[in-house]
Design a protein around this ligand. Structure first.
Ligand code: PGA
Ligand code: ZN
Length: 424
């Protein structure tokens, strides 16, 4: 048995230039696993706490206290453990923190160790990270998942909190549903992306990109964004609704104020009923097959309405709604709201709890989508997580900017090296 001999963390930077944590777990045989933690901008209020220093330095966003918590408290706690025992290690970190939302020592500290442990465990076993994740799922649930390449959802037009434009909906994604391989999915997506750039350029609209690598022009309405995407699909000689579908992440909690959905970009103030009709109208006119956070995270009646209206024909994804939290998801399943969950491991703060949330979704026939955060690093763990657990879907931004593309590039290698693992 190999043991952990050291856990070491430093402060690094994410794709927005904001501090985050990098953590190394070192074994007695010299092997190392390294992890970097992502960070959100449009966060759900029930997410586990991301510990930030309250000093003036780094605009109050330093993570030096969280780094100290790893180096001085959490790291020493797991020294001597076998890195294969992910669940036991995660549990001891969670117990040491002792709060429900990891607010004592920070979800970012705990997650950094949790991921680094999994990475060194895979090296120790001499297998790929996705294979190791598949084993972990089996150890925890008794069921070995069917590994597969995920269908990517690429956010090619950014609005909301991720851009400085006037678009209220946060993400306009393409899903290359008709592709027969991950490679083909990425070929089509990059062609559509470049064609969208050309169309925007020809219309004298901005081709600067937002936080997730999608374009961020000013437009007259959310619907105009969808029309432009449809146009770029056609310009790529692909068929909207057959080769490529469209997905939205409204991130509606960001524009829900005093009981109304405020679309300031188009001068509308809508009730839950009216906004769910607004979305219903969009899916009837365009090939939109997935809508995330279509309603505010606390507007449960709105979620019920939306699920009733379009839940049978559209994937309805809870992100801020479920925050990768098994208990919150279980409640939502009972209330029959949404039909899918977005999985972001930093929302809950450990690998073990992330896997539990996926297991809970799967057992209720809810779909899971593995997701990046808007603040990312070059860490590609989520690519392996999507493959190893065979969840079938990943969203990790536009086919542009290395913080996004690093995940897609990792998936291209996985496809190359495992041609028996097919696109789900
Ligand atoms: P976030 O955005 O990482 O800023 O929360 C991503 C999302 O809402 O899906
Ligand atoms: Zn979201």
């Amino acid at each position: 048995m190999s043991k952990i001999v050291q856990v070491k963390a430093i402060q690094i930077f994410d794709s927005r230039g904001t501090p985050t944590i990098s953590c190394k777990v070192i074994l007695d045989n010299g092997m190392e696993g390294i992890a970097m933690v992502p960070s959100g901008a449009s966060t759900g209020s029930k997410e586990a706490l991301e510990l930030r220093d309250s000093e003036i330095k780094y605009h109050g966003k330093g993570v030096l206290n969280a780094v100290d918590n790893i180096n001085n408290i959490l790291g020493p706690l797991i020294v001597g453990n076998d890195p294969i025992q992910q669940e036991k290690i995660d549990q001891s970190l969670i117990d040491r923190d002792g709060t429900n939302d990891k607010s004592q020592l920070g979800a970012n500290s705990i997650l950094a160790i949790s991921i680094a442990v999994s990475r060194v465990a895979a090296s120790l076993k001499g297998i790929s990270l996705h294979e190791h994740f598949s084993d972990l799922y089996k150890d925890m649930t008794g069921e070995k998942p069917q590994q597969s390449l995920p269908m990517p959802m690429l956010n090619i037009l950014n609005g909301g909190e991720h851009a400085d434009n006037n678009i209220d909906i946060q993400e306009f994604m393409i899903i290359p549903s008709g592709a027969e391989s991950f490679t083909q999915a990425m070929q089509w997506s990059s062609e559509v992306y470049i064609n969208l750039k050309e169309i925007l350029h020809s219309m004298k609209l901005s081709t600067s990109v937002g936080d997730e690598g999608g374009f961020a022009p000013n437009l007259n309405s959310n619907e105009d964004a969808i029309k432009l995407i449809e146009e770029s699909i056609i310009k790529s000689d692909l068929k909207p609704g057959i080769d490529i579908n469209i997905a939205l992440d409204c991130a509606a909690s960001e524009f829900f104020k005093n009981g109304k959905y405020i679309l300031s970009g188009e001068g509308k103030e809508l009730s839950s009923d009216e906004f769910s009709d607004y979305l219903k109208n969009l899916i009837s006119k365009y090939p939109i097959t997935s809508i995330e956070d279509g309603m505010d995270e606390n507007d449960i009646d709105g979620w019920k309405l939306l699920t009733k209206k379009i839940g049978n024909k559209c994937q309805l994804v809870g992100d801020d709604l479920f925050v990768t939290n098994k208990e919150i998801l279980s409640k939502g399943i009972k209330e029959e709201i949404a039909n899918a969950i977005l999985i972001k491991f930093n929302q809950v703060g450990s690998l073990t709890e992330t896997i539990r949330a996926i297991e809970c979704a799967t057992s209720a026939a809810y779909k899971s989508i593995i997701s990046h955060r808007s603040g990312e690093t070059e860490d590609t763990t989520i690519a392996d997580l999507a493959v190893g657990l065979g969840v079938g879907q990943i969203k990790t931004g536009a086919p542009c900017r290395s913080d996004r593309v690093s995940k897609y590039n990792r998936l291209l290698w996985i496809e190359e090296e495992n041609n028996k693992i097919l696109l789900k």
